[in-house]
Design a protein around this ligand. Structure first.
Ligand SMILES: Cc1cc2nc3c(=O)[nH]c(=O)nc-3n(C[C@H](O)[C@H](O)[C@H](O)COP(=O)(O)O)c2cc1C
Length: 551
């Protein structure tokens, strides 16, 4: 790779955007665009429009207005963190093939942040009356409506909500949505389910102390910081330390102006304040990553005490909702390595090769595919199924194991494996008492809070190869390779081969059949006919297997 093409870790959002633009991964839109009705729908087109993943781009809108006619100086960027795995790889400063191991290494060897005196994120500080005057405070920010037609408010999505465990001082940075309520109030959603948000655990501690929870919402930071927000780290594991390890150097943090919290010094925008631990406020509806609209729930209410930002900030927004989306790309790349690391390195499941969380429409959490080597013992396949379904409370409602010749990123191939390689009576297990997880709110009995006792359940399926099978019925590899040469020579439309694209043996094959196939491809089929003529016999019904008769 030439020096110009070498990937580097950007330590702030704007240098990342410059890198994306240099590599043709960013589309600049200078046309006027309405943030309330047009902005997210335009970017949505690339997820629902049948584009290949690598054709998706980040969109930088430089001429943003709202439905009331207000114009914003601040540009808005969507898709800059993870519209595609290539864009995510740019943010990580390493090729996609190295991302998985980078996460495992960063979690194993975190690098603590350093505190600096001054931060770019505090070049402009807005406090006091400037937060409450009409059109001031949060109204200065070009926050888009994510799902026009259903969402109740413009909502911050590319957030790092920084909170702190008041008992031990360990910070938590989590991506949580925050809806505009007034110029100095936000509705914040931190999931309270088992396996939900670390910020919620801190909130419970402040509530027990009878105090509001200090919070700083960071919007737009170095991609490596942003990627730790949706990552599932153990409780009381400071995300900034993992971001440092991903960056290969300590993240610079600065003291927030009005709350006792550290924030990334090079962030674009920081919204500081306190979340009430006494009062909750209705929040939503808001289109969620389950693919359904979350209905109105009582969620957290944050009083803003300061907004700080760079002199010329870029406002970042993440496109989420129905998957695939920027949010699912971001979580897929981060979560799969954790599952693989857990199964392979921590509990030593023999033969586990890959973990794939199904992305399209189902949104990663419910459906997990495990790929095993051909030699994996059946008992290990089952240990892997059980472990993947229980690693995180709201992940792995359905876990399906396949063998190494099946591509777990191709759901059709997984169905194919289930269809011919599993026998439900012995390869399927339904396990009771699973947390309902993150699902559409209409599922809740009585419409109230999800009741962990009205539990869901788990479906485990072993669709691996358990005995020899005949070859896959596609031309053998050399013939398909020759076919590709011909295809290209004929200048036919470009093709992307999807496994399985050539035939291969699965153990049930013998020398006679191999010879027949060789003869057929050599044009010597009559040799085969002469051989079978000598083996003709009577007294059989059609479709009697030859090997059941001949020794
Ligand atoms: C775009 C996006 C929006 C998200 N919104 C929320 C949210 O509103 N509430 C929430 O609890 N989790 C949300 N998540 C998921 C959390 O970020 C994720 O569960 C994370 O692990 C929480 O980290 P924590 O355990 O350190 O709090 C969102 C993730 C993404 C990528």
């Amino acid at each position: 790779m030439s020096d110009a093409n070498k990937l580097i870790v950007s330590l702030d959002l704007q240098s990342h955007l410059a890198e994306l633009e240099k590599r043709g991964l960013l589309v600049r839109v200078d046309e006027p665009i309405n943030k309330d009705t047009e902005l997210h729908p335009l970017v949505r087109c690339q997820f629902v429009g049948g584009l290949q993943e690598d054709q998706r781009r980040a969109f930088l809108f430089t001429n943003v207005h709202d439905s009331a006619g207000r114009k914003y100086d601040m540009p808005v960027v969507v898709g800059a963190l993870a519209a595609s795995p290539d864009i995510y790889a740019m943010g990580m400063g390493r090729p996609t093939s190295e991302i998985s191991q980078a996460w495992i290494d960063a979690i194993a060897k975190p690098i603590p942040p350093v505190v600096v005196e001054k931060g770019l994120c505090q070049e402009v500080v807005i406090t006091g009356a400037d937060l409450t005057k009409p059109g001031g405070g949060l109204a200065l920010l070009p926050v888009p409506v994510s799902t026009p037609g259903f969402d109740a408010a413009p909502t911050l999505t590319a957030t790092l909500c920084v909170t702190k465990n008041p008992e031990n001082g360990v910070a938590n940075m989590s991506t949580n949505r925050a809806a505009l309520k007034s110029t100095n109030r936000l509705g914040v959603r931190m999931a309270s389910r088992i396996g939900g948000s670390g910020g919620y655990q801190n909130w419970l501690k402040y509530q027990a102390m009878g105090k509001p929870m200090p919070v700083a919402i960071v919007v737009g930071a170095a991609p490596v910081c942003c990627y730790t927000g949706p990552q599932r780290l153990p409780v009381d594991f400071d995300e900034a330390t993992v971001a440092g390890a991903l960056a290969g150097q300590p993240i610079e943090m600065v003291q927030a102006k009005t709350v006792d919290l550290l924030v990334p010094a090079n962030a674009e925008i920081v919204i500081e304040g306190f979340i009430s631990t006494e009062l909750l406020e209705p929040e939503g509806p808001f289109g969620e990553s389950t693919g359904y609209v979350a209905l109105e729930d009582f969620n957290m209410s944050m009083e803003v005490t300061a907004i700080t930002h760079r002199r010329n900030p870029v406002f970042a927004s993440i496109i989420s909702q129905v998957t695939p989306s920027e949010s699912s790309v971001m979580r897929k790349v981060a979560l799969e390595p954790l599952f693989l690391g857990h199964l392979r390195d921590q509990i030593a499941v023999k033969g586990i090769k890959r973990v794939v969380m199904h992305e399209v429409l189902s949104n990663l959490r419910p459906l997990i595919f495990l790929q095993f080597s051909a030699s994996a013992p059946r008992t290990e396949v089952w240990r892997g199924l059980q472990a993947a379904s229980s690693r995180i409370a709201d992940c792995g409602k359905i876990v399906i194991a396949v063998s190494e010749d099946v591509d777990p990123n191709n759901a059709n191939a997984v169905f194919w494996s289930m269809a011919y390689r599993s026998n439900p009576i012995e390869d399927v297990l339904v396990v009771p008492f699973r947390s309902p997880g993150h699902g559409p709110s209409s599922d809740r009995k009585g419409g109230g809070k999800a009741d962990p006792r009205t539990a869901n359940s788990t479906l485990l399926i072993d669709a691996t190869l358990k005995h020899v099978m005949p070859p896959i019925a596609l031309p053998a590899k050399p013939y398909m390779e020759r076919a590709q040469e011909l295809w290209n020579k004929l200048k036919l439309p470009p093709i992307t081969l999807q496994a399985p694209w050539h035939g291969y043996a699965l153990g049930d094959w013998n020398d006679v059949w191999e010879e027949f196939a060789q003869n057929a491809t050599a044009g010597e089929w009559e040799k085969n006919g002469a051989q079978t003529l000598a083996r003709r016999r009577g007294g059989l019904t059609p479709e009697t297997s030859v090997r059941s008769v001949e020794s």
